[in-house]
Design a protein around this ligand. Structure first.
Ligand code: AMP
Ligand code: ZN
Length: 664
């Protein structure tokens, strides 16, 4: 029996590894997502049931879970060098001349690769198994981030083919544009600040403590260099092809060329086509192909003499840093912004550039008065690349410690790049930002009122929170700057009309952290009105389908606050809707008052169909089993943990057919 189980586990692992490889590395899936999920689920269940067959390299481990409190420093067995940069073809000709002075006048073949813009990583494999992944750090030593790197689906945990016994492989962890945009949309939906660019987000991801969080990020890993003792390769190109055959993702764009002309052709091609790539690249890396040549050339203090980065021209200009301003967002996040001497760049006049966060300022070591290089890349806001010339400032920039708007001491959460002002209720931009969110189109959609007017009303003491909007009178607004009779009337009637906005949008408008449009809909549907929601305990909330602990806690905190309670009472008294107008269209009331938890795979329904059937008949769907659960509807492969819990709490477990019977 146990031999058969082990055999089944082993086969599933091999199949899933193969499908992962086809999907994430080759980009050529051969089964549907659904079939894949089924296999993974089956494997997970077998592993839960037979813990003696645990394997840290099982594909189930990709979902993460390991927490790293402190990243251990690891010395690189082979130093991780930087690359010298070049910006023109002349630079490359000169480089070849230098090479030929050392190697003599021999023909030199080159490998051209794209320069991937992410976070560099060195991964060690022994006997075909991933044993360690370390960040570049200062090149001599980096941080061990193995648990996080293992969650990246395109990084093989087990190698295939004829791999060397022990080697390191280097590459770049990147976040493709599509995934980056998806992550940002999700943040915007819950009222969080979006990330500023894929590269920083990729490198920040590597240092998250919770690998399960990393697993959720659509990271990718592109490899470009194999290094070790006595490796059986003679050229860079051969080693890339070999790495590919071991299962690594080596971008197919790499080319072997006969001479510098070939290099120029490659550069010309990618200079125009790089925008079609699914990820960011800022140049080309040219490497001498022959390893004997490489050895003879050796290294300078910082970089190999056998490789050269060629940076694509993006429009750059120099300017002077006049000051650093610190902006405070709706959620209290602080963003430093550089005020620059106005300069012409890519057809526009640039006066400001993003500085992202404290780490970025420290990394650039940028000081007021410095002459800086400004660049306009893919992002809309230009960025500062580096300091061109130091000004008069003798000391590094000190990041602010207190909020520039309300003087509250700033906080910075573990693992987060951004500083925050915690003075949620007293900090003007946060107050204004919340009101702006309240009136926005997807929320209360108040016509005749825009961001500037909100700020104006606030500064004139007419509003302090969004409930105050409902007491505004035309006579109060008229005396304000640029306010005509007509616009004042529009504003008041816009506020009046917002009393018709349905409950779920009101709930979204309240600006509860992590409660985006979709979550607001879920909560509104589940609780029907604000009183029920307000009374819900943490345990009640996490039982709601798709509501996690972070959201639950945020909802609890919001309603526990007296100011919020008062504001809600006032909004109610003005006639803002705090309950769903009509109960959702129901097929029947047969399941009213009953809470169901759904587990396993079903024959007649998909999971979503089953959930919908429960709700359409007046029942509720919970996400986890508790004493309040009335029934667990169990399909095939119900999770053992759920089974145990249901049995312990005496919650009846019913089959799909029993459920259909309840509706009959
Ligand atoms: P820099 O950070 O500008 O010194 O550039 C060096 C870095 O470029 C290396 O540490 C790698 O992380 C990165 N890089 C990206 N693509 C490649 C590539 N194809 N070959 C070598 N290094 C690369
Ligand atoms: Zn503040």
């Amino acid at each position: 029996m146990s031999q058969a189980v082990y055999q089944q586990i082993k086969e599933l692992r091999e199949q899933i590894d193969l499908h992962n490889y086809e999907y994430y590395t080759l980009d050529r899936p051969t089964i549907s997502d659904f079939e894949f999920d089924q296999k993974l689920k089956k494997l997970q269940e077998l592993e839960d049931q037979y813990p003696e067959y645990f394997d840290e390299n099982s594909p189930t481990q990709r979902v993460g879970g390991a927490i790293t409190k402190n990243f251990e420093t690891v010395v690189h067995e082979h130093r991780m060098y930087s690359l010298e940069n070049s910006y023109s073809k002349e630079d490359l000709v000169e480089w070849e001349n230098r090479i030929q002075r050392i190697l003599g006048d021999v023909p030199i073949e080159y490998v051209c690769e794209l320069k991937y813009d992410g976070a560099s990583i060195s991964i060690t494999y022994e006997n075909g198994k991933l044993v360690r992944a370390v960040t570049r750090g200062d090149g001599f030593q980096g941080d061990e981030v193995t648990a996080n790197v293992k969650t990246i689906r395109s990084v093989p945990l087990l190698l295939k083919g004829n791999y060397p016994e022990k080697f390191d492989i280097r590459g770049e962890i990147i976040l493709p544009f599509a995934g980056f945009e998806k992550m940002n949309q999700a943040l915007i939906d819950i009222g969080e600040e979006p990330y500023s660019n894929p590269r920083n987000t990729a490198s920040g991801s590597l240092k998250l403590q919770d690998s399960a969080e990393v697993a959720k990020r659509p990271l990718d890993c592109l490899l470009y260099y194999v290094i070790g003792e006595r490796l059986p390769f003679e050229t860079q190109f051969e080693s890339l092809e070999a790495a590919r055959s071991f299962g690594f993702k080596v971008p197919k764009e790499a080319r072997l060329v006969k001479n510098l002309d070939g290099v120029f052709e490659y550069i010309n091609y990618w200079d125009t086509h790089r925008h079609d790539l699914p990820y960011e690249t800022d140049g080309v890396v040219v490497k001498v192909n022959n390893f004997n040549h490489q050895q003879e050339l050796g290294y300078t203090a910082k970089s190999p003499r056998w490789a050269m980065a060629y940076k694509f021209k993006s429009e750059q200009a120099t300017s002077r840093l006049l000051s650093i301003a610190y902006q405070v967002g709706r959620t209290g996040a602080i963003t430093p912004v550089a005020n620059l001497e106005p300069v012409q760049l890519a057809g526009t006049i640039v006066k400001r550039a993003s500085l992202h966060n404290a780490d970025q300022i420290a990394k650039l070591d940028i000081r007021v008065g410095d002459e800086v290089f400004v660049e306009k890349g893919g992002e809309i806001i230009p960025k500062i690349i580096s300091v061109a010339k130091r000004g008069n400032e003798k000391f590094p920039t000190l990041y602010i410690t207190h909020c520039p708007e309300c003087n509250t001491e700033l906080i910075r959460k573990e693992g987060e790049a951004q500083h925050y002002c915690p003075n949620f209720y007293g900090c003007p931009p946060q107050i204004i930002g919340r009101i702006e969110h309240f009136i926005s189109r997807k929320a209360m959609d108040i016509e005749g009122l825009g961001g500037e007017t909100v700020a104006l009303l606030y500064k004139n003491g007419l509003i302090e929170n969004y409930a105050d909007l409902y007491t505004l009178k035309v006579e109060q607004i008229l005396p304000l700057e640029r306010m005509a009779q007509k616009s004042a009337e529009n504003l008041v009637s816009g506020v009046e009309n917002s009393k018709l906005i349905p409950f779920e949008r009101v709930l979204f408008a309240l600006g509860i952290r992590y409660v985006g449009e979709t979550v607001a809909k879920k909560l509104a549907k589940h609780y029907q009105n604000i009183d029920a929601l307000q009374q819900a305990s943490f345990m009640d909330l996490v039982m709601v389908d798709e509501i996690g602990e972070r959201i639950a806690q945020s909802v609890i905190d919001f309603f526990a606050n007296q100011k919020n309670q008062q504001i809600i009472e006032r909004l109610k008294s003005y006639g803002v809707r705090f309950e769903l107008d009509e109960a959702p269209e129901k097929l029947s009331d047969k399941l009213v008052g009953k809470i169901f938890v759904v587990s396993g795979v079903f024959a007649k329904f998909s999971r979503d169909e089953l959930k919908k059937a429960i709700e359409d008949n007046g029942g509720k769907v919970g996400s986890s089993i508790s004493a309040k659960t009335n029934f667990v509807v169990a399909g095939d492969n119900m999770g053992p943990a759920k089974l145990e819990k249901a049995t312990k709490l005496g919650v009846p477990i019913i089959s799909e057919d029993d459920f259909v019977g309840m509706l009959a």
